[in-house]
Design a protein around this ligand. Structure first.
Ligand SMILES: NC(=O)c1ccc[n+]([C@@H]2O[C@H](COP(=O)([O-])OP(=O)(O)OC[C@H]3O[C@@H](n4cnc5c(N)ncnc54)[C@H](OP(=O)(O)O)[C@@H]3O)[C@@H](O)[C@H]2O)c1
Length: 258
């Protein structure tokens, strides 16, 4: 292996987060929970957050039972005061934040384009876009060089459907925001990347695709012919969080079964 100068470094990067502090939203279940447990197994201290601390407490407890450090903190990401309190709690406990995962997301289904209500629109944008924008802004002053921000997006952001009209539009804006943030924060040594997820078997997926027949039909649309398990996000997220991706920023990584 060679370094930037062309000299041999002999350095093989490890997918480890020892001594790093990771703040993960939407971490009570689904993909967020999988990343929280995966990051903790890789050595990170974890701030486990969702709308209620009670829902996050079992995840934090599981991390502590593995010998890790974790706290559970409530935060509705659409409320900027709660976002500020979340970052304050993370800094009070661990001193700084090395990794932010903007994972919390919702995908309410409108009956039609004409049937999109103001409530559905505002709620979706608040969780899927407004929260990540503010949390990024709040975390940056608390993030040392080498920090990593990961936004969790969706294939709907690049191939939208009427079924996901507002959700896909919000996630497309999140992709765009991530690229702007990568430009601004790169000189600070902070990287910002986006995982563009395909179907994962979580509560939100089961709600949108409720029957085994529908799930099988969905799986058939993917070259890998299956729906991913939540744990299958860990490798990509850990790669982006760790120094293994130290020269990657502003990227949209597809994690979608092809
Ligand atoms: N699963 C998929 O197929 C799929 C595909 C593409 C993209 N994604 C994206 O992946 C991310 C995770 O999705 P998932 O499938 O794991 O979802 P999920 O199983 O429904 O979990 C959603 C998480 O977000 C939290 N949450 C919901 N509203 C929140 C709010 N206002 N503020 C803070 N936390 C909130 C929930 O916790 P509480 O209820 O405790 O608040 C929960 O921890 C989302 O951004 C989603 O858009 C998922």
């Amino acid at each position: 292996m060679t370094g930037p100068s062309g000299a041999s470094t002999g350095h093989v990067p490890e997918l480890r987060l020892d001594g790093r502090v990771a703040l993960i939203t939407g971490a009570s279940r689904g993909l967020g929970r999988a990343m929280a447990l995966g990051f903790a197994a890789a050595g990170a201290d974890v701030v486990v957050s969702s709308r209620t601390a009670e829902a996050c407490a079992p995840v934090a407890e599981e991390i502590r039972s593995m010998g890790g450090r974790a706290i559970a903190v409530s935060c509705h990401v659409g409320d900027w005061q709660q976002c500020a309190a979340l970052v304050d709690a993370a800094v009070a406990e661990f001193g700084h934040v090395d990794v932010l995962v903007n994972n919390a997301g919702i995908a309410p289904v409108p009956p039609s384009i004409s049937g999109i209500t103001e409530e559905l629109f505002d709620r979706t944008i608040a969780v899927d876009l407004k929260g990540p924008v503010r949390l990024t802004g709040l975390v940056v002053p608390q993030m040392p060089a080498g920090g990593s921000i990961i936004n969790i997006s969706s294939t709907a952001s690049v191939r939208n459907t009427p079924f996901t009209a507002v959700y896909g539009a919000a996630k497309a804006a999140l992709n765009s925001f991530g690229q702007a943030a990568a430009l601004e924060l790169g000189p600070l040594g902070i990287r910002v990347n986006t995982i563009v997820c395909g179907p994962f078997m979580t509560d939100s997926f089961s709600k949108a695709v409720p029957t085994p027949e529908q799930a099988a039909a969905f799986a058939a649309t993917r070259p890998l012919r299956r729906i991913a398990e939540p744990e299958e996000i860990i490798g990509t997220a850990l790669f982006l969080a760790s120094d293994a991706s130290s020269y990657m920023t502003g990227a949209l990584l597809a994690l979608d079964g092809g």
